[in-house]
Every structure is written in C-alpha cells, then in structure tokens.
Design a protein around this ligand. Structure first.
Ligand code: FUB
Ligand code: ZN
Length: 689
C-alpha cells in the first residue's frame, strides 16, 4: 500500500520569487491591490461591522451576510506579504511599507478580536442582526465558512509573524464550534471551507482534534441531511424574512430540482464515498475536496485519495474549460453536466479556479503526480490571472471565454469573494513552486526564484531563472552544503513535446513517455549534487487545441495555446467581428513580441510579451457592397433605397473569401485595453481535417 502523503510543499518563507513576469504581478498585488482592497473593506462597511459589534451595538450590518470572510482573506493575504517582506527585503522603503502594513494588520486583528463573544463565537452578521439564531441555518448562512477563513488568516498570520493574537481568536472560535458540534451544529457546513482550515489549525497547534472535527464535517455530508430538515422549518431559521422568505427560502432555488430536494449544490447528494462525478457549486466542491485531501494527508486514508482521483478525472476530462476554469453555469455557480461548457455564459468563477489550485496542490502532495502540478500551471496563468486587471484594481468574478464586449472587470462586488481570494493566492504563490519528499526535491513551477531547504539532512539551495511564460529556457543552479546524493524532479509540462535537460552541459536522456505524456511527467535527475547547473529548454510552439466533439459549440473551432498560455482574439486587435474569422492553421503562426500591446499595459513588460499572428479566411466584403449610393429624399425609405441595400443571401458561387491577418493575445490579458469582443474558441481549418 502506498504511503500518503508523498511530498510536502516548501513554504513561503523558504522561497523568494524574483522574475520579471511575476515580479510585476506580485509587486502590484503587494503595493496596489492590498491597499485598494483595504479601502473597499472600509467603504463597503465590512470593517465597520466588526467595530459595531466591538462597541456593543446591534443592527446595522452592511454587506453580504458572509462579508466577514472578505476581511479574513485580506488579513491572510497581508500576512503572507509580511512574511515575504520580512525575509526577502530590507531596504528603507520596504521596511517602512512593512511597518505600515504590520500596523494595519494589527489594527484589523484588534477589530476582529474585539468582535469575539465571551464564549468564543465570532460572526458580525449574527451578532448584529440575528443573535438568537446562531447555527440554525448551516445551509446558507456561512457561519462555518467565515470561521474557516478566520482560521486560515490566523494560521497565515501566526506562521508569518509568530504573533498569536489572531491565532488565539481563531482557536477560541474553533473550540466553541467543537463544543457545539453534537448539539446545535449537528450537520455539516453548507459552504465548505472550515474543513481545510481546521487541518491547517491542527498542523500549527499540534492538536489532532481539529482534524477529527474536520473529518466529522466530511463524514456527515450526504447523510441524514440536516439541510433538508432546515428547509422543513424555514420560518424558524436564520436568514428568513417574513416578507419574501429572504435568504432562507432563496436557497430553495439551489437545493431543489423539479420540486425535489437535491443536495448536489452542496455536494450533499451522497456520502463522499459514493460520489462519482463532481457536482454542484464549484467553489464549495473544490474547497471540500481540498479539505478531504488535507484530511487524507493526516490520516493516510488511501480510499479518500482514490475517491478524489475519480472526481478529479471527471472534472478534468468532462467539466473543465481549457483555461482550467470550472463551474460552467451562473445558475447555482455550479458544475452541470458532462461536456456542458458554454463560452459566452461561462461562469468559471475566479474563486473556483483558485480552489482548484488548492485541491491540485494537495493532490500532488498526496501522490507526487505531475498531472496536478501541471494543471496548477494552466489554471494559474489562465483561469486565475484573468481574474485581476494588470493594474490590480479591477476583478472578474466570472471568467467568460467569449464576450460581445459587454463583460468587464469591476472594482468591487456586493459579493466580494473573488478579489481578496486572488490577492491571497498571489501573495502566497511561493508555496506552489517546490516540494520535498525524502531524497527528492521537486521543481513544480518554472518561476524565477531561490529556495533554501534541506534534503537528506543537507542544506540545499536552488536558484532558478525562467523565461516562462514567454520563453522556453530555465536554469537551476544547485548548491549544497556538502556533496549529497538526491533526485531533482523536474516537471516536463504536458504541453511540451520537445524538451532538453543538461546538467553541467551534459545532456540527460529522457524517456519518450515523459515527452509524450498528456498530463505532464517528472524527469528524475539522481546524482551527487554539489555546485551544479541544470539547464532545461521546454520548446514552446503554438498548438491549436480542439475540444471533444461532445462540446458542440466548439466543433470546428480551435483555441490557440503556446506553452502554458491560452490565447484569445480581442476586437481591439482585429478589424472584423471575430465570428467572421476562420483560422488557416496550415499557414502556421508567427509568435512575435507584442511591444505595442505590452507598452500600453502598465505592469506587463512589453519587450517580453508574446502575441500570435496568423492568417484567417474572412468573407470578402465586395460582393455584399452596393455600388449605388442610397437615395434618401425624406425620412421614409423609397424603392431606390431598398434596392441599394445589399442582399441578405447570395449564391455561393457569387461570393468569395480572402485572407487577413489576425492577432491573438494571452487570455489573461483580455479586457485590459479598449472594450470589445473576445473569443477563445475561433473557427479554424487545416488540411488534416
Ligand atoms: O458563498 C460564498 C462565496 O460567494 C462563494 O464561494 C461564491 O461562489 C459566492 O457565491
Ligand atoms: Zn468568488
């Protein structure tokens, strides 16, 4: 039997990212987005809710009933930034900024602590609005979800700063929950989150009972359904509004299908052990399975791992966009059916892509399988990065794969779950790059960075430079305190069919399977390491991708990809309405520097940005043009006017096609310039079809 977990990711404080592409995103995240979001927390009333509770006021809650979680995600992000600033920098400017951020974090922690009830309970919506109704609506009111985000923030803060203030608050609340779990909280949370957070809390406190609590929530889901019972007494639970039923009855829309209760929305349709397909609300699903994976890592339960692999296969083979986005329907923000992946109405919530990253990270740690780290790369560059504007102040909640020009990022949302989620993810990106397992050191992502760790009791430092995502070359300098034998595991991405790896100039032979894998594989370099250089080249060519024909909408269409990036056409770069183009795939592609585009986008270095030009067939407009000028004598069309209009239909033999060049840009960059059309899936033909 296999032992779980297989590997452990190397933490934030041991890794420093330093690379042109990511530096600009991370700097914007630290220096613009974090500050911007704090202002939003203030102006949306989120922080005021905590103040009101601390001041003993009642009523006057502002925002969504789970708005506390926005503040917690911000605190988590800020804590990661503090950890990075502490260990990585040291100049006057960054020290001043660090002190300012530290003060703000401390003030926010004081606010949160001030809102905690004497018995450890903490939720500003309930304390201000429905103090008698705690734990009556597990299904929709998100007390456990908010608790989970509080715990995550607290763990991040403790790990980053060593201070216990927020951790003590979170622990008291977790203990309160633990003490009620067989009484008022006799179900599982409607929105998962606390499960994964409790495992983090267990790790940091050394208290296994938090893993047991997480396991209780997992085991209860889909059995003796508390959610169903709540709907039977909906007038008596939190969130009920006598005028219109309120949140309590709105939830029926998500939990009932054709008048019948159906727990799919919250993955409560069956016990986990019987779930074969990934269902329901996408963020709930991936947070849930992240929690399950975290539990499996603690308990070594191989059945859980097998179950998760089944669900992952269903998601990635039948229910995931090419960008890694998941949850295709706005109705219920959820997974629907196999191959139901509409482009224009794609929901693909940013939080869901981030949750998928969390889940894939845990699956990699459990199994050591490259397919998970490979999907992290795809989702990060496409499904997640699209969620934030280049200037760091606008956000997509839903990430469409096609737009007529009416879908834009926004500065904030009433339901503001996504913006601070991107911020905490980017602020902790270091955690996704490297992992260790016994005598193996994994390089999971090609992002320029240094990592200091220990392998086989020997101090090891890797210094990586990477040209990703625009270029192909990676170098890794390996330095060890003394000559030590271990395996360096380099991920060969699924998109790469031509890779070379050399150590100190000597080529490493690679098994054909590694290069032909659809999922990505690791190439293992086992040797005695001392002071050595690894040079790798992962050839990036433009690959037009097709979809399984069951996704009818994409038949005859291709998505252009290059390396880890998915590309799209935007109206701003192309003259015709996008639907008029049919790419001539046999004529090849020209990947060129997109200086003119990059220069216009603050934060993206124009000299590196790669855009793709290719030829496309478009209908010649000539046969459709009228030679006669329309005659207008009055406001009413005369006969001559009507004749001057081009016909709507013409025989095929009378019309012609011509060729025009089109330009595709990385999908994550769309809607950063002039508003207009966008499409990922473009009609395209080639001689092999
Ligand atoms: O319900 C909390 C968060 O708000 C969910 O994760 C998102 O999908 C949004 O509904
Ligand atoms: Zn969200």
């Amino acid at each position: 039997m296999e032992d779980f977990p297989h590997a452990e990711s190397i933490g934030l404080t041991d890794v420093t990212i330093d690379e042109q592409f990511w530096n600009s995103w991370l700097e914007t995240n630290r220096e613009v987005t974090l500050e911007y979001q704090y202002e939003q927390l203030e102006s949306s009333g989120c922080l005021e809710n905590f103040r009101r509770v601390a001041d003993g006021k009642t009523g006057g809650f502002e925002g969504m009933w789970f708005a506390d979680s926005d503040a917690y995600k911000w605190l988590e992000a800020a804590s990661y930034v503090l950890a990075g600033e502490d260990s990585n920098r040291g100049d006057d400017r960054s020290n001043a900024r660090r002190n300012e951020l530290q003060n703000r974090v401390d003030e926010t922690i004081d606010l949160v602590a001030g809102a905690q009830d004497e018995d450890g309970y903490l939720n500003t919506y309930f304390t201000l609005e429905e103090p008698e109704q705690r734990w009556t609506n597990l299904n929709m009111m998100h007390e456990l979800y908010c608790a989970g985000h509080l715990i995550e923030a607290a763990v991040a803060n403790y790990r980053s700063t060593g201070y216990r203030s927020l951790l003590d608050v979170a622990t008291r609340f977790a203990d309160h929950i633990d003490s009620r779990v067989d009484d008022e909280i006799d179900g599982s949370p409607g929105h998962q989150e606390i499960e994964l957070a409790l495992v983090k809390l267990a790790r940091v406190t050394g208290e296994d009972r938090y893993v047991d609590l997480a396991k209780t929530f997992v085991d209860r889901r889909g059995r003796a359904d508390r959610f169903e019972r709540e709907f039977e007494r909906v007038e008596n639970i939190a969130g009920y509004d006598p005028d219109d039923g309120g949140i309590a009855t709105d939830a029926r829309g998500a939990f009932y299908e054709d008048g019948e209760y159906d727990g799919q929305y919250a993955q409560a349709h069956a016990p986990l052990s019987e779930q074969e397909t990934i269902e329901g609300h996408a963020v709930r699903a991936v947070y849930f399975y992240t929690g399950v994976a975290a539990i499996a890592a603690e308990t070594g339960d191989g059945d859980l791992v097998t179950r998760l692999e089944t669900l992952w296969e269903n998601m990635t083979r039948k229910r995931m966009y090419v960008t890694g986005g998941i949850g295709s329907s706005e109705h219920g923000e959820r997974f629907t059916e196999d191959y139901d992946l509409p482009n224009k109405t794609a929901y693909a919530e940013t939080c869901a892509a981030i949750g998928s990253l969390f889940w894939n990270q845990r699956l990699f740690e459990l199994t050591g399988n490259a397919k998970y780290t490979d999907l992290i790369e795809r989702t990060l560059y496409n499904g997640v990065l699209s969620g934030v504007s280049v200037d760091g102040t606008e956000f997509f909640y839903d990430n469409r794969l096609e737009s007529s020009g009416d879908h834009h990022r926004r500065g904030w949302f009433d339901c503001a779950c996504c913006p601070p989620n991107v911020t905490r993810l980017l602020a902790s990106l270091e955690e996704y790059l490297y992992a260790a397992s016994g005598d193996s050191l994994y390089v999971n992502q090609y992002i320029g960075s240094t990592v200091s760790t220990t392998v086989e009791d020997c101090a090891v430092e890797l210094e990586q430079t990477s040209a990703f995502p625009w270029g192909e070359d990676v170098t890794i300098d390996v330095r060890t305190a003394e000559p030590t034998t271990f395996s360096l595991e380099l991920r060969v991405p699924s998109w790469c069919s031509d890779a070379t790896v050399r150590v100190n100039g000597e080529p490493i032979s690679m098994n054909e399977d590694v290069l032909s894998s659809d999922d990505g594989e690791y190439v293992t370099i086992e040797r005695e390491w001392d002071d050595d250089r690894v040079e790798a080249t992962f050839a990036q060519s433009v690959v037009p991708m097709r979809t399984h024909p069951a996704v009818g909408e994409n038949c005859g269409r291709v998505a252009l990809t290059r390396g880890p990036l998915v590309y799209c056409l935007e109206g701003v770069d192309n003259d015709r309405p996008l639907d008029q183009y049919s790419l001539e795939l046999d004529r090849g592609f020209d990947s060129r520097g997109g200086d003119e585009i990059g220069d216009s986008l603050e934060g993206v270095n124009g000299s590196d940005l790669v855009v793709i030009d290719c030829e496309a067939t478009v209908p010649s407009l000539e046969p459709w043009d009228s030679e006669r000028e329309p005659v207008r004598e009055s406001g009413t069309p005369v006969e001559a006017d009507i004749e001057a209009q081009p016909p709507l239909y013409q025989p095929d033999e009378d019309v012609r096609d011509e060729t025009e060049s089109v330009t595709a840009v990385p999908y994550f960059l769309w809607d950063n310039r002039a508003p207009g059309e966008m499409a990922v899936w473009i009609r395209g033909t080639s001689s092999n079809r």
